[in-house]
Design a protein around this ligand. Structure first.
Ligand code: FAD
Length: 320
C-alpha cells in the first residue's frame, strides 16, 4: 500500500491535536508515515503509533529550533524523495503553509492549502476547500507530482488506530538557505489556561457589540464554561478591547472549530473569511438583519448582555 507522509506538529515531542487529525486522513489514502523533526521523538512515538503511524522518520538537529522553516523543508524533501509517498499532509497555519509551498516548488508538485476534508480518489487524493464565506465548496485533485496538502485543524476526528510506529533515522543535508533566518529570542506567552485559538474545538468570540474591554469578561466566562478559546472581531481588537493575537478573520487568525459562537459580531466578509469553515455556528445579535445570521446554524436575536449570562448559567448547570 502507498505511504503518506504527515509532518508532525509538536513542542518537544508533545504532539499537537491537528497532527492526529492528519493521521486519520492519511489512513484514508494509504499507510501513514510520520516525519518528526527536532527533539522529543521518544515522547511522540507512542502517540503517533497509537494513531496509525506505521513508521516514524526522525531527525534532530539544532537547525530545526534555531532557524525558520527552511531546515524543515530540507528534511521533508529528503523524506519525500526517500519514500515517494502518495501525498504529503501538513497542518494549515502560517508555518505549515510556508513549508508546503516551498516543498511543492522543490518537488515540482501541485499544492492545495486549507483543505477541510480529503478523500481517496482513483487518480489521487481529492481535497475539499471552502471558499467565499462558505458560499462555495470546491473539490480538487493535484494533477502534477506528489500531492502536497495542508489541512485546517478540526477537519477530521482523532481516532485511535494502533500501528507499529517504528522509529527510523532520517538523513538530512541542510542546503545553503537553511540558516537564512535565525531565531534570536523566544518569549513564552503567559498561559491563559485556554486552548490555542486555531486548534480549539470551540471558539467563543466577541465583536463591537460587546461595547468595551471590561465586558469581554462575559465572553471569557462563557468560553470557560465550554472549555473554549476566545476570539474577537477586528473592530473589538482595534478598539483595544482584546489582544490582536485573538483576532479572527482575513487579517487575523483562521479558525475551523466544531462550534463557533459569535456575539455582537455583524458578520463582515473579512470576519467570515476566518471562521466560515466552522462546523456549527451560533450567533447572538440584536439586529435580525445582521449578515452573520446568513451563515449561522442557530441564531439568537437578542442583547448579548442578557443572553450570555443566561447561556453561561445553563451550560454550567448542565455540566454540573
Ligand atoms: P460591527 O460590524 O460594528 O458589528 C457589531 C454587531 O454587534 C452589529 O451587528 C450589532 O447589531 C451587534 N450588537 C450591538 N450591540 C449588541 C448587543 N448588545 N447584543 C448583541 N449584538 C449587538 N474584521 C474582522 O473581524 N477580522 C479581520 O481579520 C478583518 N480584516 C479586515 C481586512 C480588511 C482589509 C478590511 C477592510 C476590513 C477587515 N475587517 C476584519 C473589518 C470588517 O470589515 C468589519 O469592520 C469588522 O469585522 C466588524 O466587526 P464587528 O462585527 O465586531 O462590528
Amino acid at each position: 500500500m502507498a505511504e503518506v507522509l504527515v509532518l508532525v506538529d509538536h513542542v518537544d515531542g508533545a504532539v499537537r491535536k491537528p497532527t492526529l487529525e492528519l493521521l486519520t486522513l492519511a489512513r484514508r489514502l494509504g499507510e501513514p508515515v510520520a516525519v518528526h523533526l527536532g527533539r522529543g521523538v521518544e515522547e511522540a512515538a507512542p502517540v503517533l503509533a497509537g494513531h496509525g503511524a506505521t513508521r516514524i522518520l526522525a531527525a534532530d538537529a539544532s537547525e530545526f529550533a534555531d532557524y525558520h522553516v527552511v531546515p524543515q523543508v530540507d528534511a521533508l524533501e529528503a523524506a519525500a524523495r526517500a519514500v515517494n509517498p502518495a501525498a504529503v499532509l501538513l497542518p494549515s497555519g502560517g508555518e505549515g503553509k510556508e513549508i508546503a509551498a516551498r516543498l511543492a516548488l522543490r518537488l515540482g508538485s501541485g499544492i492545495i492549502t486549507d483543505a477541510v476534508d480529503i478523500e481517496a480518489g482513483e487518480q489521487g487524493p481529492v481535497a475539499t476547500q471552502s471558499a467565499f464565506a462558505a458560499a462555495f465548496t470546491t473539490r480538487s485533485r493535484i494533477t502534477r507530482g506528489t500531492p502536497v496538502i495542508t489541512v485546517k485543524p478540526n477537519s477530521a476526528p482523532v481516532e485511535a488506530a494502533p500501528a507499529p510506529g517504528i522509529v527510523e533515522a532520517l538523513g538530512v543535508t541542510f542546503g545553503a538557505q537553511a540558516r537564512g533566518t535565525k531565531v534570536v529570542a523566544r518569549i513564552t506567552r503567559e498561559a491563559a489556561g485556554r486552548p490555542e485559538l486555531t486548534e480549539a474545538a470551540i471558539v467563543v468570540a466577541g465583536g463591537r457589540g460587546v461595547s468595551g474591554a471590561e465586558n469581554f469578561a462575559l465572553i471569557e466566562t462563557l468560553a470557560d464554561s465550554l472549555g473554549a478559546a476566545v476570539g474577537a472581531s477586528r473592530a473589538a481588537v482595534d478598539a483595544g478591547w482584546y489582544p490582536h493575537s485573538n483576532q479572527v478573520g482575513q487579517t487575523g487568525k483562521s479558525v475551523s472549530p466544531q462550534l463557533y459562537v459569535a456575539n455582537g459580531i455583524s458578520g463582515a466578509i473579512q470576519h467570515r473569511a476566518g471562521m466560515q469553515t466552522s462546523k456549527t455556528i451560533v450567533a447572538v445579535n440584536t439586529d435580525p438583519e445582521a449578515p452573520i445570521f446568513e451563515l449561522s446554524d442557530y441564531g439568537v436575536v437578542g442583547d448579548l448582555f442578557q443572553v450570555i449570562p443566561q447561556l453561561t448559567e445553563e451550560i454550567k448547570a448542565r455540566r454540573g
